[in-house]
Design a binder for this molecule. Structure first.
Ligand code: C2E
Ligand code: MG
Ligand code: MG
Length: 709
């Protein structure tokens, strides 16, 4: 069977009771390319409709039985025969018969006597036009189906914007009912700011002959707005078809995506990406206008501690509150006096964590920048209320200027960050301008970190020991272990130089463990030699104390080396006193229960809340050497030293002064009832064997003159 219908000849069914007529008709149609079937009466014709179905019927009217009209009528009742072309052949050429033929569903009419060549052409023509009609109606059905499936509104308009036709898409909200649209001009229906671009789109589409797109927004009766995209296609020379899609949801999604991509979800502030783009943009502008621009990099001080002690949700809340305050105040005119900074330029963003940036474009005086930094710090220093708790956060700010400190966003950001770290080093709660030397410092610092790591691996560190004596009689009552670094290239490096770096990089943890272990072994050794009567103090930095395994390590080292816990004293920094609720307190109490002693080093230099001291298992305060230095002449230092000593006695604590270099200092401290002393006047820090000699003697008599060594 042929699959392609076009190659099959059309089938004509000839229905006539006259055999001769059938023959003549058959000849004619065969010549015109038809496959011919024959039926001798109406009954037979109806029986033959199915196999195969004819493409054309040539139907005689007067036949015995069912006549031609009736055949035609019954044929049309079948759905599959409704469109088959039928030519009625009859001798009757009166008007009534012709009408009857058409009424019963005939397509054409041929009167006898037949003009045979014309019959052939007619048959072909009728067949063609029936095919065309069928295609047209199929097309219409298809189009109707497509229209039903399209969510968009479809308008037909003339070139002046008059509605000619309209179809409401299933997914769009009717702006105006169709009945009110047709025949009207859109200028009378749509707001001018919408009608105008559409009219322009129509004119362009007709002029250029291709599709134009117009985006617009319409207010809805319920007060909301809908977004639309109109695609205008030319339709002939003076009409257009406009397909209008409601893109409101798409727009909302785009907005959401933009928000996610450009805004920080916690604070709603612009995020790093948005900040970098904005900075690029502002830099280009500053370059064009030869203006200076400032980038402020702000980091909250001690945010990690807030997070650790109060929990992450409190931390999040604080960040939100900080962001809120910054947004509100920086935008408002009262913060930055120059009006140029209020509007467009000033840009605040959160880079992540507790890091924020502020971009100040067009600042031609550095004074403006410092003013903003100072005000920003003052603004944040006002207490925040978290739950019922008032929290004061300070911040450190680094500032980099364009063009002096960098030409592109990445460099400026890096330098502002470096300056911020410098501000942290300077004791936090301050701002610093970037300076070239900071980068050199950073590089040097990184080199130092690497060297420390190597130094630890290769045993370049050792300990010296400095005796502590009783103020009454010079008896050695303690020994402080102090770390030393013999650097292969730089010689002796001071702990004041490498301890802060080791703290920052975290290397203080393994380093501190090494110190503790070495000091404990030394204790064992002196004990074996039978000389140890004093306890040994080891410095512990804040970072070390925070490390989660610290307490376990101390306990382990004590038991591994076999010393008695009472022989060990840990010198802590004052900063631990700031947080009396911390878990560290319990840990320290556990070690204290084992016997370990605790002292607060460099006392008086921090901002410790003295009221908290009693909650810690502290046994001794060490008066910082900066207060000893001015004794006995500086009124300030004598005041502080005396106060610390009195307070220690009140609290039942021991007190030791460190950095005692002169006889006068010694005598003053003795009179002030400071019980213990440490300093060059008695002994410098010494290697273990030299300390052993002193320990054998048991006490140190300080020289009577000023030449203490
Ligand atoms: P610190 O714990 O307050 O130690 C006292 C410092 O004062 C020592 O400096 C000591 O050598 C010095 N000193 C002692 N007597 C006198 C004196 O009469 N005059 C003067 N001008 N100085 C005196 P050093 O050894 O350079 O240590 C500095 C700081 O480094 C220490 O201060 C301590 O905070 C830290 N440090 C030293 N060793 C360690 C350690 O093993 N671990 C930790 N975490 N920190 C350490
Ligand atoms: Mg110390
Ligand atoms: Mg000290």
């Amino acid at each position: 069977m042929l699959s392609n219908a076009e190659h099959v000849l059309p089938t004509a069914l000839i229905v006539d009771d006259d055999y001769v007529m059938r023959m003549l008709e058959r000849e004619t149609l065969a010549q015109f390319g038809f496959d011919v079937l024959e039926a001798a009466d109406g009954e037979q014709a109806l029986d033959m409709l199915d196999d195969p179905p004819p493409d054309l019927l040539l139907l005689d009217v007067e036949m015995p039985g069912i006549d031609g009209f009736e055949v035609c009528r019954r044929l049309r009742q079948r759905w599959d025969m409704a469109r088959v072309p039928v030519i009625v052949v009859t001798g009757m050429d009166d008007l009534a018969s012709i009408n009857r033929a058409y009424e019963s569903g005939a397509n054409d009419f041929v009167a006898k006597p037949i003009n045979w060549p014309i019959l052939g052409h007619r048959a072909r023509y009728v067949l063609r036009s029936a095919q065309a009609a069928r295609q047209l109606s199929e097309l219409k059905e298809k189009q109707a189906a497509i229209m039903r499936a399209i969510p968009d509104m479809i308008f037909v308009m003339d070139w002046q914007g008059t509605y000619l036709d309209y179809k409401q898409g299933y997914a769009t909200t009717a702006f105006v009912p169709a009945s009110e649209l047709l025949g009207k001009n859109m200028a009378a229906i749509l707001p001018a700011e919408v009608a105008k671009p559409i009219q322009q789109g129509i004119e362009l589409a007709l002029l250029r002959g291709h599709l134009q797109t117009v985006l617009y927004k319409l207010p809805m009766p319920d007060g909301s707005s809908h977004h639309y995209e109109a695609r205008i296609a030319p339709n002939g020379v003076d009409k257009v078809v406009i397909v209008v899609r409601d893109i409101t949801t798409q727009k909302l999604n785009e907005d959401k995506i933009r928000r996610l991509a450009y805004f920080d979800t916690l604070t709603g502030m612009p995020n790093r990406q948005s900040f970098l783009e904005r900075l690029d943009h502002e830099l280009a502008r500053a370059r064009r206008n030869h203006h200076q621009l400032a980038l402020l990099f702000l980091d909250l001080d001690g945010f990690k501690r807030i997070n650790d002690t109060l929990g992450h949700s409190a931390g999040d809340y604080l960040l939100q509150a900080v962001a809120e305050r910054m947004k509100e105040k920086l935008r408002a005119g009262d913060f930055v006096a120059r009006p140029a900074l209020d509007e467009s330029g000033l840009h605040v963003a959160r880079l992540g964590g507790d890091e924020f940036t502020v971009v100040l474009p067009d600042v031609d005086e550095t004074h403006t920048v410092s003013m903003v930094a100072t005000r920003l710090q003052a603004l944040l220093a006002q207490p925040f209320l978290i739950g019922t708790q008032e929290i004061v956060v300070t911040s450190s700010i680094g500032i980099a200027l364009f063009p002096a400190d960098g030409d592109d966003a990445a460099t400026l950001l890096k330098h502002a960050d470096t300056a911020m770290y410098h501000a942290k080093d300077q004791g936090r709660n301050n701002w610093q301008l970037y300076h070239q030397s900071l980068t050199t410092q950073t590089t040097a610092r990184m080199a130092l970190e690497t060297d420390i790591r190597k130094g630890l691996e290769q045993g370049e560190f050792h300990l010296l020991y400095q005796p502590q004596v009783s103020a009454a009689d010079g008896t050695i009552v303690g020994i402080e272990a102090l770390i030393r670094w013999q650097h292969p290239q730089h010689g002796m490096v001071s702990p004041a130089q490498f301890i802060p770096v080791a703290e920052e990089s975290g290397q203080i943890v393994p380093m501190g463990e090494w110190v503790l272990d070495t000091a404990c072994r030394q204790i064992m050794e002196w004990q074996l030699h039978g000389v140890l009567t004093a306890r040994v103090a080891v410095n512990v930095s804040a970072r070390q104390l925070r490390s989660p395994h610290f307490l376990d390590r101390v306990a382990a080292i004590i038991s591994e080396t076999g010393i008695r816990a009472e022989q060990l004293e840990l010198e802590l920094t004052e900063s631990i006193l700031m947080d009396p609720e911390s878990r560290q307190v319990q840990g320290l109490c556990r070690l204290r229960a084992l016997g370990v002693h605790f002292a607060i080093d460099d006392f008086g230099t921090g901002y410790s809340s003295l009221s908290y001291i009693k909650r810690f298992p502290i046994g001794m305060l060490k008066i910082d050497q900066s207060f000893v230095r001015g004794l006995p002449n500086s009124a300030n230092d004598t005041g502080i030293a005396t106060a610390i000593i009195a307070m220690a006695h009140n609290l039942g604590l021991e007190v030791i002064a460190e950095g005692v270099e002169t006889r006068q200092q010694f005598e003053f401290l003795q009179q002030a009832k400071c019980t213990k002393l440490q300093g060059y006047l008695f002994s410098r820090p010494l290697p273990p064997d030299e300390v052993e000699i002193l320990l054998r003697r048991g006490s140190i008599t300080p020289p009577s003159d000023h030449t203490a060594k």
